[in-house]
Design a protein around this ligand. Structure first.
Ligand SMILES: O=C(O)CCC(=O)C(=O)O
Length: 287
């Protein structure tokens, strides 16, 4: 019988696992400095770290020339994530984020294909200060089962919404800088009470080996990007699939992402309406 307390058994059963201290102090220090620098640099005059307004935060792609620490993290963590998931994975979206406010209950995907998120919060967080909350095991439910109660009703006002998010009987994952939380993207999750949290985030999806899987992964990858999106950052040095991923990672990753349409979809989001402008990025090499 397999060990019921193994990380992969925990991940399969509950939909999440916490890799405590997975980022060593020197790497954490470099990641923290890179995160702050990249978010400020990419957003320029649009940088802000206060709550409110129309946006929930800044979400900056982080595999380019200016975010080598993030790209190296993707490469380093991938084997452990594949062991947890029990399947080969491709990185989908890698970001340095600054989250302004709490986040309501949601799942990250409705696509029926294995996918997961690895996140590292760069400030210490607990139940009151915005720690990630999860509903353990909810990745096994049909999404519609909880959607009605978690998202169905329009809330009267902001205070009612905040109270409703907090009222859900959930598990809050207190974390310290250096911890990496890995969760199934089908898991319901939220946060309560947080402000201005730096989060490194990488999502991964099944690396498909069979035609039936391939179609599902293509759809998943297409859903990650929005060709009409208004960016709140300059994409010049912050491409979705930058040189850190193209040149510093297993060549199969970029080749697969390109073949499965992700690179074109990412380019359409970042450059579609703006024409080509990859001024600062290294030329594409791996194929
Ligand atoms: O940390 C939070 O507030 C929410 C994070 C989240 O929803 C995500 O990373 O998918």
């Amino acid at each position: 019988m397999s060990d019921p307390f193994s990380p992969s058994a925990h991940f399969r059963a509950f939909g999440f696992v916490v890799l405590r201290g997975a980022i060593a102090p020197a790497e954490l220090d470099a990641l923290t400095r890179e995160s702050d620098r990249a978010i400020r640099d990419a957003t320029g005059d649009r940088y802000r770290d206060d709550a409110g307004g129309t946006s929930n935060g800044h979400y900056i792609p982080a595999t380019g020339e200016r975010t080598p620490v993030s790209a190296a993290m993707v490469r380093r963590l991938a084997p452990a994530l594949e062991r947890l998931a029990g399947v080969a994975l491709l990185p989908a979206v890698v970001e340095h984020n600054l989250l302004f406010d709490q986040v309501g209950w949601h799942t990250d995907t409705a696509h029926a294909v294995p996918s997961l998120h690895a996140v590292a919060y760069l400030e210490e967080l607990d139940e009151r200060s915005g720690a990630l909350r999860v509903l353990p095991g909810s990745q096994h439910l049909d999404e519609s089962v909880l959607r009605e109660v978690l998202q169905g009703q329009p809330f009267r006002d902001d205070a009612t919404w905040r109270a409703a998010v907090a009222a859900v009987p959930a598990h809050a994952i207190a974390s310290r800088p250096g911890d990496v939380i890995v969760f199934d993207e089908h898991l319901w999750h939220a946060s309560h009470g947080g402000r201005d949290r730096h989060q490194w985030s990488a999502s991964f999806v099944l690396d498909p080996r069979r035609p039936a899987e391939e179609l599902a992964v293509r759809r998943y990858l297409a859903s990650q990007f929005d060709a009409g999106a208004e960016l709140d950052y300059d994409p010049t040095h912050y491409p979705w699939y930058g040189c850190g991923l193209r040149d510093g990672c297993p060549p199969r990753w970029y080749a697969q992402l390109r073949r499965l349409g992700a690179v074109a979809a990412a380019d359409a989001e970042q450059w579609g309406a703006r024409g080509s402008g990859r001024a600062g990025e290294a030329p594409m090499t791996a194929e």
